[in-house]
Design a protein around this ligand. Structure first.
Ligand SMILES: Cc1ncc(C[n+]2csc(CCOP(=O)(O)OP(=O)(O)O)c2C)c(N)n1
Ligand code: SF4
Ligand code: SF4
Length: 1218
């Protein structure tokens, strides 16, 4: 919401008062207080460093007599709690708009429930809940007006994602109406009163002082009249607004049978589902109703009771939140108390039960709503129930029947299965706008789901339209139209079960005939098609997109196919509208891109193939696979009969490969219990017993995904390869690795490997193993784990990698990959602190869900290669926590000995403190261990352990090893070697009969305590520069041995690319739509200047200088004190003209031109870099003058910074020489 306001400002849109908003970024509440005004009385949009800062600024602005508003949700809302109390305590009117979302608990989730707003219900803010986008508009207006009249702050909330991200036809109130409402004398007087209370030296007063026990309580109670008056003020304001909108609003909106016996009470988008269920049940002759709670605080029992039909005997309350251990959830408790008090006062006997639904975005459907009404009809309705899951542990769940159709008649439903970054979601947003705007009488609705893979993952778009208003806030179950934008999804997911019989099915595939389809799809799908008899169309959108130069962006071709085959609009009307919309949305990227998209539309229209479904498919072979597929499946695993049987039973080749991997890794239970259903989108039906409370994920589970999403994968040419390992170094997904084998191992590969396993004699270090054995070298890709970004082939200095279609490579290369996994590690032959040597170490971060070509992952992968066996990572929330740990995908894996990175994530704002806490905990435990070991060694065993009295402590060899370990216990690398010597001795002697208990105790903890942990605090620039900066600063100011890695992609990428203080001058980002006007914060320089030599600081760029980054990691790790490494991370948000495949070259230019400092000599000018990145070039196209000015300033800034860095480097060298 804030971004939208900022974008309006940048576009010059005027507010109600005729002013154009102006964006300013303030650092402190004092400055903001004078500047922040909202509701258009004055006109600034302010972005703070974090939500805690926003609340402080809001509070300050209000104290100054300004009108202010803000937007937030979830963790951000929690950060505001202290100031929310202050604002309410000061009776300061303002409005906060909240897209209600869940809070991080055992896991982080970005989806909807009311956990966040329920967490602030005690702060004294009035709380208004909107059920849908239309109500959100209407109640936003009510909130702003009523807040002034009531002299209380208002929190206006609606369901995050469900309502906030849904596209829906709404009736927008004209500015004239707003103006009229604002001119209401009562409102004008309230504004004047508020300003009169503002801090001003002309009429000074003091606010917010301290009080003692004698008066504090009375003062708190003195505010009661305001809360008592608020419900009446809100209702009156609702009536005023309704006079303009024609949509009446009530504090508690009753809907249903006038003589209802059973009613359900809820808030938010679920109420629209309840309405549909009410209509459905009343049409069957039942007598039911529902209450949509708009005013949640202050709670008004009178208004609730007044809304209920006298006939009501049974009430169900639905809460979208959970209060573990409570008597019930908040809404239930309020309703129950109101009804009980009413009954005590002589009101009718009514039974109230409550339950939970929809936590973390869990769907709430009409069938579930019916289940809640059915529960109320039971003799003994279940109380404290859940609905929407199967709770087979504490047995709370209500039984739910099959889904029912409660949609308005004439509604047409479309479901699109797209791949992240293929443009499907963007195209669908355009399509729904086109459909909605083409005919005034058409109502539209669209919502979008994404999986956790940043790119190449699944997107599902739900589009509905029809002649009546659509409020159904749940997924489409039976689509009239289905677009499958990646043919593999047909087999991977159960798409067809969501298609209506006789509906339209359009698939992006190279098929031309029914025979092609039959050869490509398993028999179970052919049978399903024969039963459903859809109108089947095929379009080879990928080929078309390639032909016009759009690569993987197949959206335009698929949109053209949609308009052509669905018949939703006459084609001669739809296509010009589509092209018009395309021109608008791609104009930012230049004429060439617009022309390419238009060409894709034309090509698709001419190439859609209609395929008749033969009735014979109904009897397709029950084994489930075509003969070709059976052959390829067997080849992909091994040649046993069991594998063949497995192949027949499994649903897809990748699923089969995943299952085999799970077995190999001992993750069979995790895979079948959780990962497999989750990856197949079947996890909604998993019962509670499938989960272990506390959420601990086993390592290495991304190996089970075998995603196979690359279009093309690298093919290795041994003849050209120089064995530099540069390709493996940059690969973001660890999908290409150097492999070493002896000729004997190759021969023992059973011929399976030999053919596909060409090798070279290993060059350089370690070419002969210790035993004098010859080693052979090979660069091996995992085709099913590669994302096809092609970075590896582009960085290869010898041109030894070329990209080839996945289909051509998969079978042979996957067999070779699986064989390579059976070879022993030879990592010890190489120095991990070298570019080449580091890549012979096992990457313990692999196959993450990061975007193709992501610049963040390779840094962390390198960390795991250098320190993985003793690595501990505290990860700030951001992209790196999403690609680093999204159930069931854990990309952090282990060595064959079971060691690997220990990873945990707390929040965005506290990662430095969290990591510091982990470090301190580990250090404290290890120091105690070291002290005991030292004591024992010093001959004090008797004092520590009476049973060991007089026996001495271990053998001389053990004591020598222990002594050696103690001497280096604080040095990560040396300690590793000493631990390798010590541990077996400890274990062996502790296992001897009669061994001292103290020795056994030392041996028992040895695995945990001998290695020196390498603690890294990892996160993005949003964390380090902004929201978590205070904590980071505190940790770096200390002397503890923690290492900080900032993955600096110069924006808040995970949330869509908002500007951070790391963003450069002139970049167009969200919250900087007019180009960022302030400079990048010089975090490294600041910290160095502040904390001097006790802090190790480096600025690195992995793509530009492999050696420097390896050295910086090693030096930081060895530094006895805090270290800070700021790492340049190219990101899809940079909009690199030719895509992320060019990100390595782009990063090199960034360094060469001095845009990104590595203490290197400058070459060229930054403009060279900027011209190729859309975040800069968009401004050059839109406002050339502004762009030129900002770019010139950026060049100057780069040069000045470089000069300072040179100076610093010089000073340091001089100091060292002295
Ligand atoms: C206190 C708080 N505010 C906002 C958010 C929402 N949020 C989640 S990730 C993220 C972006 C993090 O950006 P950055 O640290 O730069 O990492 P990146 O995603 O770019 O890797 C934001 C704003 C949050 N989780 N917590
Ligand atoms: S194409 Fe990309 S993901 Fe695949 S191996 Fe090369 S660098 Fe790795
Ligand atoms: S940092 Fe950028 S490229 Fe990497 S996962 Fe996030 S959005 Fe994608």
């Amino acid at each position: 919401m804030g971004e939208a306001v900022e974008a309006w400002a940048a576009a010059g849109r005027r507010n109600l008062h005729g002013n154009v908003m102006q964006v300013v970024q303030m650092e402190g509440e004092g400055g903001v207080a004078g500047a922040l005004h909202a509701l258009g009385l004055h006109d600034h949009v302010v972005q703070m460093e974090g939500e805690g800062g926003v609340a402080g600024a809001l509070h300050g602005a209000l104290q100054a007599g300004a009108l202010a508003t803000t937007f937030t949700c979830s963790q951000g809302l929690l950060l505001m709690i202290p100031n929310m109390y202050k604002i309410a305590g000061g009776l300061l009117p303002c409005v906060m708009h909240v897209t209600a979302r869940t809070l991080a608990a055992d896991a982080v989730s970005m989806f909807c429930d009311h956990q966040d707003v329920m967490g602030v219900r005690q702060t004294g803010w009035v709380m208004l809940a909107a059920a849908d986008a239309q109500e959100a508009q209407d109640l936003a207006i009510v909130s702003h007006l009523a807040s002034l009249k009531a002299r209380l702050p208002f929190l206006h909330f609606f369901d995050g994602i469900l309502t906030s991200h849904e596209m829906r036809s709404v009736s927008v109130l004209e500015p004239e109406a707003y103006r009229h409402l604002l001119q209401d004398p009562e409102v004008a007087a309230a504004i004047a009163a508020h300003r009169a209370c503002g801090l001003n030296p002309a009429h000074p007063h003091q606010r917010g002082g301290a009080q003692g026990a004698d008066v504090f309580m009375q003062m708190r109670e003195a505010a009661n009249p305001y809360y008592l008056a608020a419900p009446g003020i809100v209702q009156a304001t609702m009536d005023d607004v309704a006079a303009f909108t024609g949509r009446p609003l009530r504090l508690f909106g009753y809907y249903g049978h006038p003589q209802a016996e059973r009613i359900v009470i809820a808030m938010g988008s679920a109420t629209s589902v309840l309405q549909e269920a009410v209509d459905h049940l009343n049409a069957q002759g039942q007598r039911v109703g529902m209450v949509n709670v708009h005013l949640f605080r202050p709670w008004s029992p009178q208004h609730l009771l007044a809304e209920l039909p006298a006939s009501v005997t049974s009430i169900g309350v639905l809460d979208r939140t959970k209060e573990p251990g409570g008597q019930g959830e908040p809404l239930y408790l309020d309703v129950a108390a109101s009804i009980t008090e009413d009954m005590a006062g002589g009101g009718p006997m009514r039974r109230v039960v409550g339950g939970r639904y929809g936590l973390g975005g869990k769907a709430f459907t009409p069938a579930m709503a019916v289940a809640v009404f059915d529960n109320l009809a039971a003799q003994q309705p279940r109380n404290h129930f859940t609905v929407g899951i199967t709770d087979d542990v504490t047995m709370t769940s209500l039984p739910v029947g099959p889904e029912i159709n409660t949609l308005p008649a004439g509604t047409y439903e479309c479901l699109f299965w797209g791949m992240g970054s293929d443009g499907t979601v963007g195209a669908n947003k355009e399509a729904i706008k086109i459909i909605g705007e083409a005919d005034e009488g058409t109502y539209v609705q669209a919502s979008f789901n994404y999986d956790a893979h940043k790119s190449g993952g699944l997107t599902v778009s739900h589009l509905r339209f029809g002649p009546r208003s659509i409020t159904s806030s749940y997924a489409i179950h039976r689509a009239d139209y289905m677009g499958v934008h990646l043919a593999a999804y047909l087999t991977k997911f159960d798409c067809l079960s969501r298609l209506k019989s006789g509906g339209v099915l359009v698939v992006n595939a190279p098929w031309r005939s029914a025979e092609d389809v039959a050869a490509a799809l398993p028999a179970r799908l052919l049978r399903q098609l024969a039963t459903l008899q859809p109108r089947l169309y095929v379009v080879d959108a990928r080929r078309m997109a390639d032909a016009v130069g759009l690569g993987g962006r197949i959206n335009m071709a698929m949109q053209a196919a949609f308009f052509q085959t669905s018949g939703v609009l006459p084609l001669d009307k739809a296509i010009p509208l589509l092209k018009q919309a395309t021109s608008k949305s791609y104009s930012r990227q230049g004429d060439k891109v617009v022309a390419q998209n238009h060409a894709a539309v034309d090509a698709a229209l001419a190439a859609v193939v209609n395929i008749h479904i033969p009735a014979a498919w109904a009897a397709a072979d029950a084994a489930g696979f075509t003969p070709q597929q059976q052959a390829s499946l067997v080849g992909a695993s091994d040649n046993t009969a069991a594998a063949a049987a497995e192949a027949a039973a499994a649903s897809t080749p990748t699923a089969l490969a995943a299952k085999a991997a799970a077995q190999r890794l001992g993750l069979g239970d995790f895979y079948s219990r959780l990962a497999e259903p989750m990856l197949a989108l079947q996890a909604d039906s998993l019962p509670v017993s499938a989960f272990q409370a506390g959420n601990i994920m086993p390592p290495g589970t991304t190996q089970l995904e075998r995603r196979g999403t690359a279009v093309s994968v690298p093919a290795w040419d041994p003849a050209s390869c120089s064995q530099c390992n540069a390709c493996a170094f940059v690969c973001p997904h660890a999908a290409i690795r150097p492999v070493l084998a002896t000729p004997e191992e190759l021969a023992g590969g059973g011929g399976t490997a030999a053919a596909a396993f060409e090798t070279l004699p290993l060059r350089g270090v370690g070419s002969r193993a210790a035993a004098g054995q010859e080693l052979r070298y090979r660069m091996q890709v995992s085709p099913l784990d590669c994302t096809g970004c092609s970075l590896c082939s582009r960085v290869c200095p010898a041109g030894a990698l070329s990209m080839v279609p996945l289909a051509d490579a998969v079978q042979q290369q996957d067999t070779a990959w699986l064989f390579s996994k059976t070879l022993p590690s030879r990592a010890h032959l190489f120095d991990p602190v070298s570019t080449r040597g580091s890549q012979f170490q096992q990457p313990l971060l692999e196959f993450s869900g990061a975007c193709e070509g992501c610049g963040e992952t390779a840094y962390v992968k390198l960390l795991t290669q250098m320190f993985g066996e003793r690595l501990v990572i505290a990860n700030a929330v951001g992209c790196s926590s999403v690609w680093g740990g999204w159930e069931p995908s854990n990309p952090y894996t282990v060595t064959p000995q079971g060691q690997g990175p220990a990873w945990a994530s707390s929040l965005l704002e506290d990662n430095a403190q969290f990591g510091f806490g982990i470090y301190t905990g580990l250090k404290q435990r290890r120091q105690a261990y070291i002290a005991v070991a030292q004591q024992l060694l010093d001959g004090a065993a008797a004092a520590v352990d009476e049973t060991a009295a007089g026996k001495g402590f271990g053998s001389a060899a053990l004591r020598a090893a222990l002594q050696e370990w103690l001497q280096v216990a604080d040095n990560g690398l040396l300690c590793h070697q000493a631990a390798l010597q010590l541990q077996p001795l400890l274990q062996a002697e502790a296992a001897q009969p009669g061994a001292a208990a103290s020795l056994a105790a030392l041996a028992a903890d040895a695995a945990d305590m001998l290695e020196k942990p390498s603690c890294w605090l990892v996160g993005g620039d949003g964390w380090a520069y902004d929201i978590g900066f205070a904590g980071l600063d505190h940790v770096l100011a200390g002397s503890e041995d923690v290492n900080v890695l900032v993955l600096d992609n110069e924006a808040y990428s995970n949330t869509g690319g908002q500007q951070s203080k790391a963003s450069p001058l002139g970049a167009v980002l969200s919250m900087a739509a007019g180009g960022k006007a302030s400079s990048k914060k010089q975090l490294g320089l600041m910290m160095q200047a502040a904390y001097g030599d006790h802090l190790y600081v480096a600025s690195v760029c992995l793509e530009a200088d492999h050696k420097q980054v390896v050295r910086a990691f090693a030096e930081a790790e060895a530094h006895k004190g805090p270290s800070l490494i700021i790492a340049y991370a190219p990101c899809v948000m940079h909009g690199i003209t030719d895509g992320m495949k060019c990100s390595a070259a782009e990063a090199c230019t960034a360094v060469d031109t001095g845009y990104w400092p590595l203490y290197r000599k400058l070459k060229g000018r930054v403009a060279e870099l900027l011209a190729r990145e859309n975040r800069f070039s968009v401004l050059a196209r839109r406002s050339p003058g502004v762009s030129a000015d900002l770019q010139a300033r950026l060049q100057q800034e780069v040069e000045a910074r470089q000069a300072r860095l040179h100076l610093l480097a010089k000073e340091q060298t001089q100091q060292q020489q002295e």
